[in-house]
Write a protein that binds this ligand. Sequence first.
Ligand code: SAH
Ligand code: SF4
Length: 336
Amino acid sequence: MTPLAGLLPDGIASALGLAPAFRGRQVFRWIHRGIESFAGMSDLPAALRSSLDSRADILTSRVDSRSESEDGSVKLRIRLHDGAAIEAMSLQDGRGRRTACLSTQAGCGMGCAFCRTGLMGLVRDLAAHEIVEELLHLRRETGDVGTIVFMGMGEPLLNPGPVAAAVGVFAHSDGPGMSLRRTTISTCGIVEGIRRLAEEGPAVRLAVSLVSAVPGTRAALMPVSRANPLPALREALGFYQERTRRRVTLEVVLIDGVTDRAEDAEALVEWAASLGVMVNLIPWNPVTEIAFRESPPQRVRWFKERLEAARVPVTERLRKGRGVNGACGQLAVIEG
Ligand code: SAH
Ligand code: SF4
């Protein structure tokens, strides 16, 4: 069976040997309108519809469970064809606009000390169709989304091909039609991947989980920084901004006494100012298995003001989806 969700119209036509080629576009449009059976594709000839039934899959995954938090955020646990499980979130802001938070791998091998997904280890990379299917499930369950962020499980820049293919599908005007400016890839700081993204695209927004600009602190929390030290990361971000003319966002997870100290603020000001980047502060979301504490609100305010005083553009992320363990860094499927 050929999985279709990760393909563009031409890809569908050639994978299925469809002639004339516009049949690929018809199938593509139906898939992204949310039709889940070939029988429902009413402008295809009946013989083609029934032959597609035995040759191709619109969805290879299914929703195992859905949980909703008080703020309207919805978390889906999605079961893949081989039994692996991932999670995808639909986060809702105060005006009812939705952001899809998608996974790019089942689990994650990067082992960041503050992250729940990191506890799982890497199960496997997702295929393009599995990433696209996350959005199809979310749209069915919660309606359309206005923004896509690759901030679920996994490290997107270690699975670049499928992520790029999914972005291409999301951007297609016969499909979700998602602008690249409304699509963000978040990376823990893979230098090689950032350079490649700058050179080859897709031209999405880039966010980097800096967490701390103090080398020893970052190294202790994020094993990735051993092979991708701060000076090399800074150079890669400079290159990215120069090439793409887009401002990068640094994500800073505030952990009480660990990443919210005066020295973290000073180092961050220096880092952010030298690159001209924005900073997004994320109060650490509690994870039962991890013995950190979130920064108290007054400390978050102090940290923010310190950046503002140095004219670093700074935003604070809302604590969405906490009630369903679906906030950033709380996504994990631990089965036993
Ligand atoms: N692997 C990528 C994308 C997924 S993690 C990356 O690391 O950027 C998405 C975001 O959640 C990152 O900014 C990460 O720093 C943050 N994060 C991880 N664990 C967290 C936690 N417990 N509380 C708050 N943010 C967390
Ligand atoms: Fe992986 Fe990102 Fe979590 Fe680090 S923060 S373990 S890179 S998902």
